[in-house]
Design a binder for this molecule. Structure first.
Ligand code: C2E
Ligand code: MG
Ligand code: MG
Ligand code: MG
Length: 285
């Protein structure tokens, strides 16, 4: 597919900085049009999360891509910041949530009863007036078991009114989904949030894993989070595992769930079902 090979590929990492005005208007117009009338250009990929004890894949993360007819195939880093800036992220995010909920129900109905899917919520989406009603409507419309949905939030809400954020997250949790704190260890990370928020899962960011085999500080950090999580009763997922050394080390530290290229990259739903759904994965790649 020539479209995917890079010619038409945009690499905008920031919605406001890394491109000129003409390009930006082009992507902006195309995004408005796609959201208004070609929402199916947004495609949801799924990346396996693996249990380090059983090696089984019983969950995944939904990750959006934009397969734009006009601009080519783009990853989230290329368009999410602009979508947030333009206020289009809620429409895109609602679409991703709905797709993921439908897919989760299909897989649950195929016999993978406890399989669950993680979905990212942008802080812009999280702070929408009617976010709890919106998410509730999507959950009931799709008929998914809400317990099988995990909502991932990042610490970027920290710059906002904490009381309000807490109320929203509690409202979302009351609908049934579990709550994960994404990208922990980056940005505004503070142990204070872990204490205040009703979290079920903490996802440790890839930046801590990149040099974990050599870096004792990174090892100590992950150990600390594992111990803390046992005390407060949250699960830990470590992101960005790319090789067997990292995998073995994290397993030894006591990390129960792992997500990374070592087990699999994000793939379309049909490929995910074929390669990963409910399977025991080989760790001798
Ligand atoms: P994230 O939520 O932290 O998702 C994990 C990202 O790390 C994904 O990138 C995934 O492909 C990548 N990753 C996982 N394992 C490895 C690895 O072993 N090596 C490397 N190099 N990368 C790995 P992706 O799909 O490009 O998504 C980037 C970010 O875009 C996500 O980070 C999330 O913040 C955002 N995003 C993706 N989909 C959505 C969405 O539907 N809504 C919102 N609001 N944000 C989304
Ligand atoms: Mg995430
Ligand atoms: Mg993350
Ligand atoms: Mg990230």
């Amino acid at each position: 597919d020539a479209k995917r090979s890079g010619k038409n590929r945009y690499n905008f990492y920031d919605g406001s900085k890394n491109h000129n005005t003409v390009q930006r208007l082009d992507i902006e117009n195309n995004m408005r049009q796609a959201v208004a009338s070609q929402i199916h250009e947004f495609v949801v990929f799924y990346q396996p999360v693996v249990d380090t004890v059983t090696k089984k894949c019983m969950s995944c993360e939904a990750l959006v891509r934009w397969d734009s007819k006009a601009l080519g195939f783009m990853g989230p880093g290329d368009f999410i910041p602009l979508a947030e800036y333009l206020g289009l992220i809620t429409d895109i995010g609602d679409y991703v949530l709905e797709e993921a909920c439908r897919q989760c129900k299909i897989w649950n109905d195929k016999g993978y009863k406890d399989f669950h899917i993680n979905v990212n919520l942008s802080v812009v989406q999280l702070l929408q007036q009617n976010v709890v009603e919106n998410v509730g409507r999507i959950l009931s419309r799709t008929g998914v078991n809400p317990r099988n949905i995990v909502l991932e939030i990042t610490e970027s809400f920290a710059i906002n009114d904490m009381e309000r954020v807490l109320k929203i997250i509690s409202g979302l949790k009351a609908l049934g989904p579990r709550i994960a704190l994404d990208d922990f260890g980056t940005g505004y990370s503070s142990l204070n949030y872990i204490k205040q928020l009703p979290l079920n899962i903490i996802k440790v960011d890839k930046t801590f894993i990149d040099d974990i085999v050599e870096d004792e500080y990174a090892q100590a950090f992950v150990k600390l989070i594992v111990d803390l999580s046992k005390t407060i009763g949250t699960q830990i997922v470590v992101e960005g595992i790319e090789d067997i050394e990292q995998y073995n080390l994290l397993k030894e530290i006591g990390v129960n769930y792992i997500q990374g290229y070592y087990f699999g990259k994000p793939v379309p739903a049909n490929q995910f079902e074929f390669e990963y759904l409910g399977k025991v994965l080989n760790d001798n790649k």
